[in-house]
Design a protein around this ligand. Structure first.
Ligand code: HAM
Length: 460
């Protein structure tokens, strides 16, 4: 029996994993300079958390979550295992009654997280972080899960690097600084061709009237729309603007635009976000159709596209979500804004030929070990174990064969591993207190004492 990874999930192998690490490390460094600290979150949460925040009617919640019933009764400590004990604990008289109870009354439904903003807000409320001074600035990285149709840049387990700012201020300068932080990261990673799209989708004062207007207009053209959009006229008319269906594009272009329906406060906020981006020298495109697929957004929304990704070209998405903390039971005064980068897509784009230096290792370092330590004989093995430890302590990458090999075979392996040097230790070397160092690129070799060996390797 041969096993394969489940459709839509994948392994990230060396040398790609080195680039992943570099991306994540750079994000930590850049976010750190903006005063963000890491939050580590659970991979699963109660399904309701996502239903409430992301929205019951969204694609993510209505069809893409990996959800299951936790088999342990939510009202009982998990040590109580038998059905009889559970029934007693719940005051249920008969097995029939227990059997007919709704699953939701007995068990908790759990979902693998499809995104992490909901978890950050849950944690913010749970730990009373509103009492902390200033804005709470958090970042996270890790896997998310959505049951989407897999294709290039779209996976069922994918990774995000995200950041959130929570606090009592909704100053447009916060929106601009969050975007600035993202652009700094992309610059540091040498991502080429990133394009920032921004929009404002209004707030609870102005959006409902716009949505009604949009719905009315969509009703008039209903018969020309595809099935998804027809359904969305009722469930979420804004999402029609997201449609990529060729036949709908002409129709959508003629629909009323939110920019013409923002209330004075939202208009002023949006204008100031744009001015603040200008102060930071950040170029952007306004995109009135950028509504995003999660319900918690209001006012500022943004997305960044990058080349080389085909149709899944959004490498990052984010926006403001001022009502979410209150919706989840926290203080009504807390506002929020954040983003999440799709790490899979960012890495794909960095690997595009001609794009940023997509190397995991520092420039100039070969893939293979610095030293392949070829030893011959028991005494040489024992000496080599000590030498390998000292070389590794000094930061060199050392490959030490675990068993003795014939000379030719051992040096052949050093070549195939792309080692930069073979350091040879045999009886002759031991007797003379030296090692033989062979530079594998040109075959030159010399005998060096240990101190000379270290100086020689350091000089390269
Ligand atoms: P999102 O737009 O759903 O937003 O996801 C953010 C990014 O995650 C996308 O732009 C994309 O790069 C990546 N992504 C999403 N789904 C997949 C997938 N199936 N495969 C590969 N990559 C994917 C959010 O998740 C919000 N929580 C962002 C946010 C944070 N808004 C405010 N704070």
């Amino acid at each position: 029996m041969k096993f394969q990874a489940i459709k839509g999930v994948r392994d990230i192998l060396p040398p790609d994993s080195a680039l992943w690490n570099r991306v994540e490390q750079t994000a930590r460094e850049v976010f750190g300079t903006f005063g963000f600290a890491e939050i580590r979150l659970p991979i699963f949460e109660p399904t309701d958390l996502f239903a409430r925040s992301v929205g019951e009617e969204t694609d993510i919640v209505s069809k893409e979550m990996f959800s299951f019933w936790d088999p342990f009764d939510k009202r009982l400590p998990y040590e109580i295992g038998s059905v009889e004990a559970r029934m007693r604990g719940m005051n249920v008289q008969s097995l029939e009654e227990y059997g007919s109870m709704a699953l939701g009354d007995k068990f908790q439904q759990i979902s693998l997280r499809p995104e992490a903003t909901a978890s950050v807000v849950r944690a913010y409320i749970e730990h009373g972080m509103q009492t902390l001074p200033g804005n709470v600035k958090l970042y996270y990285m890790g896997p998310m899960f959505r049951r989407e149709r897999p294709q290039k840049g779209r996976y069922r387990q994918f990774y995000q690097i995200g950041a959130e700012v929570l606090g009592t201020s909704d100053a447009p300068g916060i929106d601009a600084e969050v975007i600035e932080m993202l652009m700094r990261l992309f610059e540091r990673l040498k991502l080429k061709g990133a394009i920032l799209n921004i929009n404002s989708i209004g707030d609870k004062n102005c959006r409902p009237a716009y949505v009604e207007k949009l719905r009315a207009e969509l009703q008039k053209v209903r018969e020309q729309l595809g099935e998804d959009s027809k359904r969305r006229i009722e469930t979420n008319p804004l999402r029609v603007l997201d449609s990529k269906l060729e036949s709908e594009q002409g129709i959508i272009e003629k629909l009323p635009r939110i920019a013409d329906h923002l209330c004075a406060d939202c208009r002023a906020h949006y204008d100031e976000v744009k001015r603040q981006l200008g102060l930071r020298g950040i170029a952007y495109q306004e995109n009135w159709r950028l509504v995003r697929g999660l319900d918690y957004y209001m006012r500022t929304t943004f997305e960044i596209t990058a080349p080389g990704l085909g149709s899944q070209n959004a490498v990052c998405g984010g926006g403001r979500y001022d009502g979410l903390v209150e919706l989840l039971g926290g203080p009504a005064t807390t506002k929020g804004i954040g983003f999440a980068i799709g790490t899979d897509r960012l890495v794909l784009s960095l690997q595009e030929p001609g794009e940023g230096a997509a190397q995991g290792r520092p420039a100039g370092k070969a893939d293979g070990p610095d030293v392949y330590l070829a030893w011959f004989g028991a005494a040489a093995q024992s000496a080599s174990i000590g030498l390998a430890r000292r070389l590794r302590d000094a930061g060199f990458v050392v490959e030490l064969p675990a068993v003795e090999m014939k000379f030719g075979k051992s040096l052949g392996l050093a070549d195939r591993l792309k080692a930069r040097h073979a350091v040879i230790v045999g009886d002759d070397e031991l007797a003379a207190g030296v090692v033989t160092v062979k530079r594998l690129s040109d075959g030159t070799q010399q005998k060096l004492g240990e101190q000379e060996l270290f100086s020689y390797l350091r000089a390269i």
